[in-house]
Design a protein around this ligand. Structure first.
Ligand code: UD1
Ligand code: CA
Length: 459
C-alpha cells in the first residue's frame, strides 16, 4: 500500500550548542525543537514517523515518548548513513518518505504537503525544498544544469569557488520515492571533505540513473532556520514567539508588548482579551474572551473563564471560572477549580480547592484541599491546616459562611453554611449550619495596671 512515511534525523550532538543535551532537545517556547518537526510531519499526514536517534538517544526517546518509531545510529557517519539505519523499516513500504532534519522547528505542515504534491504530480524520484540566501555559508548548494534542472547538491566544504557563489541552498527537507531512495543509498560513498555519507549525494545518483528530481523554492527562508548555537536558538524562539503573537493579534487578542509576551503554540485565547507585558502563557492553556491577563503573570496548563482579570500572579494547572479577579501576587496551584465571580486577592496560595461562585479570598491566606461553597468570605490570615506531616486532610466550608481573620481550620473539619468563625479561632471540631464558632482564649482586662517602666517613674 502506498504510504507517506516520515524520517526525522536526530542523532547528531550539535557541538556548537556546547551542551550535555542533544541539540534537538533544546527548548523553544517550552517544547523541544524535535517535537515541532514531528508535529509538522504528522500534521502533513505522515505515518509512521520514524526518528533516527544516536547521541544521548535514550534521552531523546524518553522525552519524545511513545507513538513513534525509533531507530539507532550508534556512530554519526553522516546524514546518508542516518537514513540507512531506517532501511529495514522502509524496505516493505511503497510510496513516499519525507526526510527531515530534527533541527528545523519552524517548518510548516503546508510546506511539506506542497512538497509531496509536487513529487506526485511531476512524477519525479524526489522533491527537495530549496531557498535562496544572501549569505549561503555553511549550507549545501543546489547545482542546476543549463535547462535549470537540479543535478547535484554540493556541501560547502566540497564546493569550488564557482559553486560557493550559488545562493540557492538545500534546506534539508525532502520527499523521496521510498524504493528509489533505498536503491540510491546502496551507492553512497564517504569520498568527500568530511568523510561522511551525505544524504545529499543521492540526488547526483538519481540523475546518473536517469531519474528526475524537482526543487520547490521556499520564499521565506526563515521557515527553515536551523539553530546551531544558542544565539541562533534565541533568534529562532523570537521568530516563533512573534509568529504566535501575531497570529493571536490577527484573531482579535490585544497584546500590548508582543516582544515581552511569551505564549506557547498550543495556547488559545478569546477575542478582546488583553495581554499585558511580562506574561508567560504555557502548555495547553485556554483563555476566554474579554480577560485582562498580566502584567507579570504566568499561567500553565490552565483554563481561564471569560471576563477574568489576573495580575502579577501564577496559575498552574487550574480551572478558573468566568469573571474571577486574581492577584496581585496570588499563587493558584494544581487542582484548583473556581466558579463564577470568585476573588483571589493578594498573597493567597490556593492548592487543590474547589471554590463556589461569589466566594472571596481577598488576602494573606492558605487554602489547601478545601471545598468552598458559594459566597463564602475568607478573612485575612486564614490557614487551612491540611497536613499532619503524613496525610492531607480536607476542609469543607459551606455556603454564605464567614471566616474571621487569622483563623486556623485544622482538617479534617467541616464548617456548615451561614456560619461565622470568630477572628483568631483555631477550629478543630465541625461547626454546624447557622452557628458561631469561637475558639480563642478569653480576653482579660486588669484595671489600673502599671507597667514596670511606669512603676520606676513613680519611685
Ligand atoms: C545539512 C545538509 C546541507 C543542508 C543543511 C541544511 C547534508 C550532507 N548536508 O548540513 O546540504 O544545507 O543540512 O540545514 O545532509 N544527523 C544524524 N546523523 C548524522 C549526521 C547528522 O542524525 O550522522 C542529523 C543531525 O542530528 C541533524 C541533521 O541530521 O538533525 C543535519 O545534520 P547537520 O550536521 O546539522 O547537517 P549540516 O551540516 O547542517
Ligand atoms: Ca544543520
Amino acid at each position: 500500500m502506498a504510504c507517506l512515511a516520515s524520517l526525522v534525523l536526530a542523532a547528531g550532538q550539535g557541538t556548537r550548542m556546547k551542551s550535555r543535551h542533544p541539540k534537538v532537545l533544546h527548548h523553544l517556547l517550552g517544547k523541544p525543537m524535535l517535537k515541532y518537526v514531528i508535529n509538522a510531519a504528522q500534521a502533513a499526514g505522515a505515518e509512521p514517523v520514524i526518528i533516527v536517534v544516536g547521541f544521548e538517544g535514550q534521552k531523546v526517546i524518553d522525552t519524545i515518548g511513545t507513538g513513534h518509531q525509533y531507530v539507532w545510529q550508534k556512530e554519526q557517519l553522516g546524514t546518508g548513513h542516518a537514513v540507512m539505519m531506517a532501511r529495514e523499516k522502509l524496505a516493505d513500504m511503497a510510496g513516499e518518505v519525507l526526510v527531515l532534519y530534527g533541527d528545523t522547528p519552524l517548518l510548516k505542515p503546508e510546506t511539506l504537503k506542497q512538497l509531496v504534491t509536487i513529487k506526485r504530480s511531476q512524477n519525479v524520484a524526489a522533491t527537495i525544498l530549496t531557498t535562496t540566501m544572501n549569505d549561503p555559508k555553511g549550507y549545501g548548494r543546489i547545482v542546476r544544469n543549463t535547462e535549470g534542472n537540479i543535478v547535484a547538491i554540493i556541501e560547502e566544504k566540497d564546493a569550488n569557488p564557482e559553486q560557493k557563489a550559488i545562493n540557492e541552498v538545500n534546506t534539508g527537507v525532502y520527499c523521496f520515492d521510498i524504493q528509489a531512495l533505498l536503491a540510491a543509498l546502496d551507492r553512497l560513498t564517504p569520498n568527500n571533505a568530511q568523510g561522511e555519507y551525505y544524504l545529499t549525494d543521492v540526488f547526483e545518483i538519481f540523475v546518473s540513473q536517469g531519474l528526475k528530481v524537482a526543487g520547490m523554492l521556499l520564499e521565506d527562508s526563515q521557515e527553515v532556520m536551523g539553530p546551531n548555537d544558542r544565539i541562533q536558538l534565541a533568534k529562532t524562539e523570537e521568530y516563533l514567539k512573534m509568529a504566535i503573537n501575531e497570529r493571536l493579534m490577527a484573531e482579535g487578542v490585544t497584546i500590548v508588548d508582543p516582544k515581552f509576551t511569551y505564549i506557547d503554540p498550543e495556547v488559545t485565547i478569546g477575542r478582546d482579551t488583553i495581554i499585558l507585558p511580562g506574561t508567560f502563557i504555557n502548555g495547553k492553556t485556554t483563555i476566554g474572551e474579554n480577560c485582562v491577563i498580566g502584567p507579570h503573570t504566568r499561567i500553565v496548563n490552565s483554563v481561564i473563564g471569560a471576563g477574568t482579570e489576573i495580575q502579577f500572579s501564577q496559575i498552574i494547572e487550574a480551572q478558573i471560572g468566568i469573571d474571577n479577579s486574581i492577584g496581585p501576587f496570588a499563587y493558584i496551584r494544581p487542582g484548583t477549580i473556581s466558579e463564577a465571580n470568585v476573588k483571589f486577592g493578594d498573597f493567597v496560595e490556593i492548592k487543590n480547592c474547589s471554590i463556589g461562585a461569589g466566594s472571596k479570598v481577598p488576602h494573606l491566606t492558605y487554602l489547601g484541599d478545601t471545598e468552598l461553597g458559594k459566597d463564602v468570605n475568607i478573612g485575612a490570615g486564614t490557614i487551612t491546616c491540611n497536613y499532619d506531616g503524613v496525610n492531607k486532610h480536607k476542609t469543607i466550608i459551606k455556603d454564605n459562611s464567614f471566616i474571621g481573620s487569622n483563623s486556623n481550620l485544622v482538617a479534617p473539619v467541616t464548617i456548615g453554611s451561614n456560619v461565622t468563625i470568630a477572628a483568631g479561632s483555631t477550629i478543630t471540631k465541625d461547626v454546624p449550619d447557622g452557628s458561631l464558632g469561637i475558639a480563642r482564649s478569653r480576653q482579660e482586662v486588669r484595671m489600673n495596671w502599671k507597667s514596670p517602666r511606669q512603676k520606676q517613674e513613680q519611685e
